[in-house]
Write a protein that binds this ligand. Structure first.
Ligand SMILES: [Fe+2]
Length: 421
């Protein structure tokens, strides 16, 4: 006999919007390796299953002949009576399209999805990244209905992966929310690696808790990211991406527990990582992303967070910093040593002397108002409350981001130019 608590969870699990008869759900791609060739030669696949027998990934370069097989590592969530499966495909060919299916083809197997591996490290081929954040299931998005629209918009682009800057769910301890999120996002995440960072809603934000600012245990069941899954980096072509956990910076500030304090192990890791990337002959751009913004209007500005991180971004000439948390879109001037560097064209950062900062935190969570325009760094923020997503195109001499509201209307765009004009 199962307890009342477990029986409730059990019923909720089966109330999820799954295709009739399907056993496999919540499929999402990611990278989890730490070598420079990770994105070119590997792909991690994570999924859930209501029944045993769906642990096989069938894959290949011909959609009619999935002639390779890999058996996933399988776990089990007693709370949800759900199997949790993880597989990592290795020795893939760079810049190659692969097809895969979860399950051996029996009823309940997934449909066939495809993904493309990255070019070799240092490749200057252009690529496209979806940028989204704060999909949390709170008021107005209780069933991820706003997020569902954003997913559909993003999935229409020829992306190579997506960056999600945290607050994926409203409460990281509620597995039903994770189930619903990964169900909603599957049309996107099963095709493009989902490279997310944790937000304050995804981690334990009780300052009295032993694991304050660490994820709930379920996070480790559901994600398969590099390093410790909280602070990690990877190369894609000529760009180095760094994802860092900003924890619950606002609450942590009161006790001086804000992450990346100079001298801390995480600070040393970041310093070493950025230094290596900036030294590399293969890396042209560095993009860092995190949940709490470095520059923000209002209460989302956490001085200690800015003070800890921005000197490293200055030192290693990080080109772009993308954040979420505040459910608005804000774009700032390039900044160095706390000083805005100025801009001649409001849409073009031409050979900027500092890091460009944006916040793009409204892919579903309840809209919180508008950004303030009186910040010295601010270039643009919408005057209305809107849900947004971004499309980032990276080419050898330019990073371009186009930002859209949920309807598909473009609200902003900008380019960062470096090198050849
Ligand atoms: Fe947040």
């Amino acid at each position: 006999m199962i307890s009342k608590k477990y029986s409730t969870l059990f019923l909720l699990a089966f109330a999820l919007p799954v295709v009739a008869g399907a056993q496999v759900r919540g499929i999402h791609l990611s990278w989890n390796g730490t070598s420079s060739s990770t994105t070119a030669t590997t792909m991690a696949i994570t999924w859930m299953s209501d029944a045993k027998g769906y642990e096989t990934v069938c894959y290949g370069t011909d959609s009619t002949k999935l002639d390779k097989k890999l058996i996933a590592k399988e776990g089990y969530s007693a709370d949800m009576k759900t199997y949790l499966l993880k597989a990592t495909l290795t020795r893939l060919k760079p810049d190659t399209c692969y097809y895969y299916r979860i399950g051996d083809g029996r009823d309940g197997s997934s449909k066939i999805y495809s993904f493309k591996t990255a070019g070799k490290t240092g490749s200057n081929a252009a690529f496209t990244v979806g940028v989204w954040s704060d999909t949390q299931d709170n008021k107005g998005n209780l069933s991820f209905e706003q997020t569902d629209s954003i997913v559909a918009k993003l999935a229409a682009y020829p992306l190579h992966f997506t960056l999600h800057t945290g607050d994926i769910v409203e409460n990281g301890s509620v597995q039903r929310s994770w189930n619903n999120f990964f169900g909603t996002a599957q049309p996107l995440n099963a095709r493009f690696p989902f490279m997310s960072v944790t937000g304050n809603h995804d981690v334990i934000n009780d300052r009295q808790a032993d694991r304050f600012q660490k994820p709930f245990p379920v996070y480790y069941d559901l994600f398969n990211l590099p390093n410790d899954q909280l602070n990690y980096s990877y190369d894609y072509g000529n760009t180095h991406f760094v994802a860092i956990n900003s924890g619950y910076a606002k609450g942590a500030e009161k006790d001086s527990l804000v992450h990346f304090k100079p001298g801390s192990p995480e600070y040393k890791w970041l310093e070493k990582d950025l230094a290596k990337a900036r030294r590399s002959k293969y890396i042209r751009w560095i993009v860092l992303y995190c949940h709490y913004p470095m520059y923000a209007y209002g209460v989302s500005q956490v001085e200690q967070w800015q003070q800890h991180i921005t000197p490293l971004l200055d030192k290693f000439e990080v080109d772009l910093c993308i954040s979420g948390h505040r459910h608005v879109y804000e774009r700032h001037q390039a900044v160095k040593a706390g000083i805005p560097t100025g801009i001649k064209d409001r849409h073009i950062y031409d050979q900027p002397a500092g890091t460009v900062y944006i916040t793009n935190g409204s892919a579903g969570g309840s809209l919180q108002g508008t950004g303030g325009k009186d910040l010295p760094t601010m270039i643009f923020t919408p005057s209305e409350k809107i849900y947004t997503y971004g499309i980032m195109a990276i080419s050898p001499y330019e990073i371009r981001i186009d930002v859209y509201e949920k309807t598909g209307r473009k609200i902003d765009y900008f380019t960062i130019r470096k090198g050849k004009k």
